[in-house]
Write a protein that binds this ligand. Structure first.
Ligand SMILES: [Zn+2]
Length: 395
């Protein structure tokens, strides 16, 4: 069945699906209790979702008296989502179910500066392979992509990215939309990671900051339970703010063209630059981490200093937004305590005590999956939203 066959259900039925997605298994009587709907209304809406394959029976209650009742749950296996977490030098692609669980993933090296045709063409090639391998042709419900630059969320357009040569003005949905005939969600990479980490590891935390420390440095903000994107999709871009590096003299040139940004001191590329100047033969962030884990004193000191520069920048963010959790991810986070120690030192020294009293500063627990998990969540929320399911949304 065409997934878009679902796009003619009524609003109440779409709301029932939303209830099942957030609560887990429920009997008909429990639905009636929670919604206040008449038994007949519950039955007709629930039966419609069962017919569409969006709900499935899931065990029975063990009633003390009377007949046991069947529980139903959201059937996440009903469709597939394709998501691509695209970084500057590598991307992780995944095929997920409608519940956002990863069924297949692949890591592919990429050069973002090769431009949209080359990069998105490579994404499509791997998407097609995953669809064939999982046998889900015709069952793809939505596509998501995240990119390392500002994204105008409503249209999926890349807006003046500092490092993505040739991408300015690219509307990513124009590429994937016609090919798959489904809604396309495009997000900034760190926003997707913030959402993935929050939804998976901190579902009860409404205010969370995700800091990506890889080739570049950026932050994604979850405020009051939602991704904070800002007017142009550039919220959280701490990498290109003025670094508090505590030294006189010339400030290093950043890859955005300005001088003295946080990135120009504390990013993976800046540490590689400084290590090369110190006589080490490194070319990648992974090699930097390897040196730190092997106890190289110069690499360790540089990573700790990077943590301090990032922490000084985050201290402002902590005072402004008062998050409960700061999650540090990205390749450089593998240097673990050496990076986190510098970050903690500056945040605790420079933020108000009230803002740090219960603040957790911790490493990402998702091992590189934060981006694809966040994208899958975002795409599922879109394609299963009442607006799309009732056919009221364009696309
Ligand atoms: Zn910069």
């Amino acid at each position: 069945m065409d997934p878009r066959a679902a796009a003619d259900i009524d609003l109440g039925t779409a709301e029932l699906l939303a209830l099942y997605r957030t609560t887990g298994p429920l009997t008909r009587a429990e639905v009636s209790e929670r919604t206040g709907w008449a038994r007949m209304t519950v039955n007709s809406r629930l039966d419609r979702l069962v017919d569409l394959g969006l709900l499935e029976p899931h065990g029975q209650t063990t009633a003390a008296r009377g007949r046991p009742a069947t529980r139903f749950r959201f059937h996440a296996g009903r469709g597939a989502l394709l998501v691509a977490d695209i970084g500057a030098s590598g991307m992780r692609l995944a095929l997920c179910d409608l519940g956002g669980a990863v069924r297949r993933r692949v890591d592919v090296p990429v050069d973002i500066a090769a431009g949209p045709d080359a990069v998105l063409g490579e994404v499509e090639r791997h998407f097609d392979q995953m669809v064939a391998a999982e046998g889900v042709a015709g069952a793809v419900w939505g596509v998501g992509a995240s990119l390392p630059g500002p994204v105008e969320y409503a249209t999926g357009t890349i807006v003046e990215p500092p490092i993505m040569t040739g991408w300015n003005g690219t509307r990513v949905p124009d590429r994937f939309g016609p090919r798959y005939g489904v809604p396309v969600v495009v997000e900034n990479d760190v926003n997707a990671m913030a959402r993935g980490e929050q939804a998976t590891c901190y579902p009860d935390v409404a205010d969370l900051l995700f800091v990506k420390t890889g080739t570049g440095v950026g932050a994604g903000v979850i405020a009051n339970g939602a991704v904070l994107r800002g007017a142009q999709g550039a919220a959280g871009d701490i990498g290109h703010t003025w670094a508090d590096a505590g030294e006189a003299g010339p400030r290093p040139l950043c890859r955005c063209g300005k001088q003295g940004c946080v990135e120009s001191y504390a990013s993976g590329w800046a540490i590689v630059r400084d290590l090369v100047a110190a006589g080490r033969s490194v070319t990648s962030v992974d090699q930097v981490v390897e040196l730190v884990l092997n106890g190289d004193p110069v690499a360790t000191s540089l990573v700790r200093d990077a943590g301090r520069v990032i922490g000084a920048s985050l201290a402002h963010v902590v005072s402004l937004l008062n998050p409960s959790v700061i999650v540090v991810g990205g390749q450089l986070a593998a240097a673990d305590e050496h990076l986190l120690a510098g970050i903690r030192e500056r945040i605790y020294a420079r933020s108000l005590p009230l803002a740090t009293r219960e603040l957790q500063i911790t490493r990402s627990r998702l091992d590189g999956d934060a981006g694809v998990l966040g994208l899958a969540r975002g795409v599922a929320d879109t394609v299963l939203s009442p607006a799309v399911l009732t056919g009221r949304a364009a696309s």
